[in-house]
Design a protein around this ligand. Structure first.
Ligand SMILES: *Cc1c(COP(=O)(O)O)cnc(C)c1O
Length: 384
């Protein structure tokens, strides 16, 4: 079975985890802080706050920006449900912006139109959460310009995108055009900590708020306390929070993986180039390669020409051949939970058209050339 994505764990990764297991701390020891510092340095952000998933990271990010009942958070329909759900968890209303069929990311022109309408009827969003789908960064400079004009804040859902760069070479996560970026370290993503996520920001206050949110709203920093410390045991709970902390076991794996990220990115890009060349004569829409070195390439998603074959048929035949393809994603607004909130088919036509024919082919660092060749050969046979 060839999955669409999987982790690459080597002996050093195992040794890093084993070292923590034999140490004094399994949680809240030195490994989490070290991993946070390593991510901050890698992406060029002032602060990094580890959490136990990107889902909790998104929750913490929106909460830090003050999202609550009556507020609106807008994102792309082509994302994992967590991007939208985290806003619903805070009681906010969720809105969507259609995708650009070329980049598959949030369409800046559609965003501009919706903002214009929302301004007229007093329903502007508090936060816009662009999703760097497949690892390709959104047009962040343009979105940031709209943020200035319309007064919203930006949380980048960078779950796919550690290792990506802006067109000017700035790493995704430097938060040059955003308030906060959120990374995921789920095993199918670029690097893994098992489960895990990391929020990065350049804003001291947002960093403090997120740090408290992921640990019960508690501070041990005397500078933030209302009262004088009563002793070495003393802490204060200043707000509500969760236990969304990363463990040292996970952080050690994440940091070891971070040391290997350039190899992972290079392997993914090499597979993408090879797929692109091998599939170019098939009746498929292939991902745009104009930003090949700027994308982290979490996914390689093709769109089947429905005049030649149905996506369903292609999907079933690939799976029957042992190729465990996936579809990313069912548009979030079409999930029953969101339909119950008033969304309906036809609301976001580009997202729905992409979804109708999309299949994500296997793409991960450990994928072999032979495995990739088998995928190409099988797909060619199905479409012949
Ligand atoms: C994976 C993913 C998430 C959630 O990440 P977890 O770490 O699994 O919680 C959020 N958004 C997108 C786009 C993702 O792909």
């Amino acid at each position: 079975m060839i999955p669409y994505g999987r982790q690459d764990i080597d002996e050093n990764d195992v040794a890093a985890v084993v070292a923590v297991l034999g140490s004094d701390f399994l949680t809240q020891g030195p490994a989490v802080g070290a991993f946070e510092a390593a991510i901050a340095a890698r992406v060029g952000a002032r602060h990094a706050i580890a959490c136990n998933s990107a889902t909790s990271g998104l929750h913490a990010a929106y909460a830090a920006l003050g999202v609550g009942p009556g507020d609106r958070v807008w994102t792309s329909p082509i994302t994992f449900v967590a991007t939208a759900n985290a806003a619903r968890m805070l009681g906010a209303d969720v809105g969507f912006v259609d995708i650009d069929p070329q980049t598959l990311n949030m369409d800046v022109e559609d965003l501009r139109r919706r903002l214009e309408t929302a301004k007229a009827d007093g329903s502007l969003p508090k936060v816009v959460a662009p999703v760097h789908f497949t690892g390709r960064p959104c047009d962040m400079a343009d979105i940031a310009a709209l943020a200035k004009e319309y007064g919203f804040r930006i949380v980048e859902d960078a779950a796919h995108a550690i290792g990506a760069t802006e067109p000017d070479g700035t790493p995704t996560g430097a938060c040059r055009y955003s308030d906060i970026a959120v990374f995921s370290f789920h095993p199918v993503k670029i690097i893994t900590s098992g489960e895990g996520g990391m929020n990065v920001t350049n804003d001291d206050d947002l960093a403090d708020r997120m740090r408290m949110f992921v640990s019960h709203g508690i501070t041990r920093d005397p500078a933030r306390m209302r009262a004088d410390s009563e002793g070495g045991w003393y802490y204060e709970q200043l707000s509500l929070g969760f236990n969304y902390r990363m463990t040292d076991i996970h952080a050690a794996l994440g940091q070891s993986q971070l040391g290997r990220i350039d190899g992972f990115l290079a392997a993914r890009r090499a597979h993408v180039r090879a797929y692109d060349a091998a599939l170019k004569d098939l009746p498929l829409i292939r991902p745009a390669l104009d930003r090949i070195d700027g994308s982290a390439w979490h996914l390689y998603a093709v769109q089947v020409d429905p005049a030649v074959a149905s996506r369903r048929d292609v999907f079933d035949k690939l799976r029957a051949a042992g190729i465990w393809v996936q579809v990313h994603y069912i548009p979030v607004h079409l999930q029953p939970y969101y339909r119950d909130l008033g969304f309906a088919p036809g609301d976001f036509p580009h997202a729905e058209a992409y979804y109708a024919n999309a299949v994500s082919l296997p793409l991960f660092a450990k994928l072999t050339d032979d495995e990739r060749g088998y995928v190409v050969e099988t797909l060619s046979g199905i479409l012949a």
